[in-house]
Design a protein around this ligand. Sequence first.
Ligand code: PGA
Length: 254
Amino acid sequence: MSRKYLIAGNWKMNTTPSESVDLISEINSLVGQQTQVQVCVCPPFTSLQMSSGLLEQSEVQLGSQNMSAEPSGAFTGEISAEMLRDLYVNFVILGHSERRQYFGETNQSVNKKVLAAVQNNLKPIYCIGETLEERERNQTLDVVKSQVQEGLESFPINEVDNLVLAYEPVWAIGTGKTATDEMAQEVHSYVRNLVVDHFGDGPGSGIRILYGGSMKPENATGLLSQPDVDGGLIGGASLNARSFCSIVQSAIEI
Ligand code: PGA
């Protein structure tokens, strides 16, 4: 089954709205008209409205880094799926390891967000991945298995086309340490088998599984060439338009 690459930039808590104008504009001028690879940028909430305007005529899609599982109401500080859709946000990163580590998110709480996202026509980029301690104890596959099974519980089969997974080994995020191509492929192919078991062969083999964790221009081609690596979730390197677009270019060339 052929899956279109998705290269997504996770800007995390970086860039003011005015700084975002420059970054979005540069990315847009470099890759905004190509359609071979899907490209998505996920700026902070405060930059979404302006980014949405700048990307109106662009092939570059907009994503957010989080959202509430609740539809509306007394949840001070939260942002709903409907608010994001109103700004033409298309993707939403959910269950990022930083959300799990610093904000107490769990497979169960992220599952509610994943379901709320697809009910509101947002495409979840559901993040999974083991810590260094878990890898050293040989628990990697068990950890990602429960993250997939619990985080995707009750996920509607007719929405599988809108689901993206991101395997991000926690020890590789922002550390400069990348999983080797083989390490990434081992986990991606295991996750592929899990989703095929869960959703059936057709739908499961269509799900895109991104790799994240210190992906940069120098290592992108090797990682993206692996049979079950369908794109990247890029943190640090996505804050530089040239680095980010060079990863997009690597995907185009594969
Ligand atoms: P990194 O971040 O590319 O800076 O390692 C990836 C991520 O956290 O999504």
